[in-house]
Structures are given as C-alpha cells and as structure tokens.
Design a protein around this ligand. Structure first.
Ligand SMILES: Cc1cc2nc3c(=O)[nH]c(=O)nc-3n(C[C@H](O)[C@H](O)[C@H](O)COP(=O)(O)OP(=O)(O)OC[C@H]3O[C@@H](n4cnc5c(N)ncnc54)[C@H](O)[C@@H]3O)c2cc1C
Length: 384
C-alpha cells in the first residue's frame, strides 16, 4: 500500500481531532485518521451536549468562556452560520442539610455565572414541578447554560476540512508509529488504509492518547479515562419539559436534562476504565434512576435507552495542548484531557493548537481570559 504525505497528520476524529484539523486545513494539507467507520462514535457522540460556564476547574472555565463567541456566532463557513447554542439554564438543587454547601457553590460560580440567584423551595418547584418538596429545600439558578448542537458542530468541523482540501480517512486504526529517519517525518501505519507521513503528528485519540504516545515510544502523561453512564427516560405525562433547565444535585451526585421530550439522567459517575468502547452498567443505571426518583415525585417504569462514555482526564483536570517537551520527539503534538468539557471548549482549544503547531503566538482572544501556553503544556504533567 502507498504512503500518503501531508503537512499535518491527526489521529482521532472526535471533536478534538476534527476541530484541530479544521483549523489546520486552512494552512496546509491535512489528513485526519479515525479507527472507527464513522467519526464521533466514542465520547463525542455520547455527551450531555451542554455549554456551562461554571463547570469544572476554574482554568477550564476560561476555555469554555473563550469558546462562547464562536459557538454563538460561528465564523464564515462553519455550518449555515446559525448558532450552535440554544437556551437551557442550569439549576443546582440543595437539601435542607446542604445550606453551607449551597453558600460555597454560590461564591464559586458567581464569577462565571454572574446572574446566579437563589430560588426558595416554592420557586424551585415552580421551575421544575416534579421536584419532591421532601428533597429540595432551595436551589441556585442561572440562565447562562446552553444546549450545544453537537452533531452539527462536529459535522461543520469535518466540512471545513473537506472544503479546504483535507481528508478524513475512516477505518484507519493506527497500529505503528515511527520516524522516517532520525528527527525526520513521523511515519504512521494502519493495517487497512495504508501508511502516512508528516512532519507534525497530532495525538487527539481521546481515551487512547497515552497508548498512541507509547506506539511512538513516547512516555505516557497519565491520562485517566473515567466512565460515565446515562439513561433516557420518558418525560412526565402532565408536563411539557422542553423549557426546563438542566438540573443537578450533589452528595450523591446526579443530573437530568430535557432531551426531545424525554429526560436524560446521569448518576454523575466517574469510574476509572481502560480505553474501550464503554458500555452502560446495569447497576449504575439503577443508581441513576434511584437518585432521580429520590429527588422527584416520578417513578421510572420504562427506561428507553442507556449508554456510557469515557471522559478522559489528566492529573489537574485541565486540558493538554502542546508539543512533547522531549526534543527527540519534535513534531509530536498532544491534544488531550478533554474530560467532561471537550465539546464546549473545542473552539478555543483548536485555535490554540493551530497557533502552537504553526509556531505562532498564543491566541490573544484566549489570552484575554487569563490563560497562556504553560497552563496547557504537557510538560507540566511530566515533572516529578
Ligand atoms: C455522559 C457524558 C456527558 C458529557 N457531557 C459533556 C457536555 O455536556 N459538554 C461537553 O463539552 N463535554 C461533555 N462530555 C465530554 C465530551 O464528550 C468529551 O470531552 C469529548 O467528546 C472528547 O473528545 P475527543 O475527540 O477527545 O475524544 P473522542 O470523541 O473519544 O474521539 C477520539 C477518537 O480517536 C479515535 N482513536 C483512538 N485511537 C485511535 C487509533 N489508534 N487510530 C485511529 N483512531 C483512533 C477513536 O476511535 C475516537 O473516535 C461528556 C462526556 C460523557 C461521556
């Protein structure tokens, strides 16, 4: 089989690889390699599809905020120009014994959700009438959280690659990575679709990023995939759920949100797992339903569909974007650690990756939110 040469070779066509490939395709030849027969099969196709500016560590929130403008007003060529966001809102519920926790959370989210307000029990029930008064005592509410049209966003990244002459190659399971010559181009082999050669190799393989690095003889960065389960249940017969906010509770954690007339429920679990095609666990789905039933007056008789996906984190739970710090690995770029925020951060992190890969300054529109390259550098995870 022949060897295809390009400027930028990217492994993994989830949201991380697709968004970086779209940015790079405007500046050189791009090949995006995906092991599955369709892109988005793993974490990207299994998310809760939410943009929430007060979610995750504070450093991640900066990337979420830096992505908002792109998602709200997509640049020319991305989709049909319509926003990828639509209003949802977020409500964090608290029991009577969680007053202190609610006060702490209020202070924690106020900088990124300045509209946050406290709803008393009745106001909480007015907003989501299935809540059980025996469970909820008060809640925090913000209008800022949005639904993301993940499929359209992912497809628009893939379309930009095509428009700029790049290619997406599916069934491309990368099984060997070497150098053409010492310090030369990266040489990547797949059993079914041939081999590829490029000076820049982007490792955007989601849960598999450490395994991909090891194929290239590069040290792992300690990525930990964690499985999260979710289940779709019928909405209540008496209410139209479409304008309900996403709703969460803690200790034990759970969340639910409207999804086309139904409710998506998750136990907010994070169970360490090897990289794999994650499957829902019956016991974890039962836990999700139990937590939902505890917080509401509903009884779930017929769950419709359940699934699980891997959210992959590094030690500090911030994303990773940068060249491997070992000079013998020049041209090997890490794009990983998307955790539970890979969709909502994809505009900012892909712009950062594209600038770094092309040797440009850290993008000012992200720096304006208080981030720089050191916050994302893979080297921060390798210092012992
Ligand atoms: C239940 C759940 C809820 C979530 N909710 C949200 C949310 O509301 N908002 C949000 O922003 N994020 C959310 N996330 C997180 C988000 O889904 C992930 O952060 C994101 O999809 C990760 O994208 P990725 O491209 O890094 O990984 P993936 O989508 O997993 O893509 C990696 C790709 O690399 C490919 N690959 C791996 N190894 C190889 C190889 N050797 N050769 C070729 N290809 C390879 C894989 O096949 C895969 O397609 C959620 C995740 C889950 C599971």
């Amino acid at each position: 089989m022949s060897t295809e040469q390009c400027d930028f070779l990217i492994i993994g066509a989830g949201i991380a690889g697709a968004s970086a490939a779209a940015r790079l395709a405007e500046h050189g030849s791009v090949v995006l390699l995906e092991r599955e027969s369709q892109p988005g099969y793993h974490a990207t196709g299994r998310s809760a599809a939410t943009w929430e500016p007060s979610y995750g560590p504070h450093s991640v929130r900066k990337l979420i905020l830096a992505s908002e403008k792109f998602l709200r007003n997509p640049p020319d060529g991305y989709g049909d120009g319509a926003s990828f966001l639509s209003p949802r809102g977020f409500m964090a519920t608290f029991r009577a014994d969680q007053k202190e926790e609610m006060e702490q959370e209020f202070e924690d989210i106020r900088p990124t959700s300045p509209d946050v307000r406290i709803l008393n029990q009745q106001e909480s029930l007015d907003r989501v009438p299935i809540l059980d008064p025996a469970y909820v005592s008060a809640s925090l509410y913000s209008d800022l959280a949005q639904d993301i049209d993940v499929h359209r966003l992912h497809q628009s990244y893939l379309q930009i690659i095509k428009t700029n002459g790049g290619t997406l190659t599916v069934n491309a399971d990368v099984t060997a990575i070497s150098r053409c010559a010492a310090g030369g181009d990266w040489f990547v082999e797949t059993p079914k679709v041939g081999s590829f050669c490029a000076p820049i190799l982007v490792n955007a393989g989601g849960a598999w990023c450490d395994e991909i690095a090891q194929l290239a003889g590069i040290d792992a960065i300690g990525l930990e995939p964690r499985r999260r389960n979710a289940v779709l249940i019928p909405g209540p017969e008496d209410y139209d759920v479409s304008d309900w906010p996403m709703l969460g509770g803690s200790d034990p954690g759970f969340y639910f949100k409207p999804d086309a007339g139904r409710l998506m429920v998750s136990p907010e679990d994070a169970i360490p797992s090897p990289p794999c095609d994650a499957r829902p666990d019956e016991m974890d789905i039962a836990i999700a339903i139990d937590r939902f039933e505890t917080a509401t007056t509903m009884t779930v008789r017929r769950p419709e569909h359940s699934w699980a996906g891997l959210r992959s984190f590094v030690a500090d739970e911030m994303l990773v974007a940068g060249f491997d710090p070992d000079p013998t690995n020049s041209g090997f770029f890490w794009l990983t650690g998307q955790g539970g925020f890979g969709i909502e951060t994809s505009p900012a992190i892909s712009l950062i990756a594209s600038c770094m890969i092309r040797g440009l300054e850290f993008p000012q529109i992200v720096a304006d939110f208080g981030l720089d390259a050191t916050d994302l550098a893979p080297g921060r995870l390798m210092e012992s």
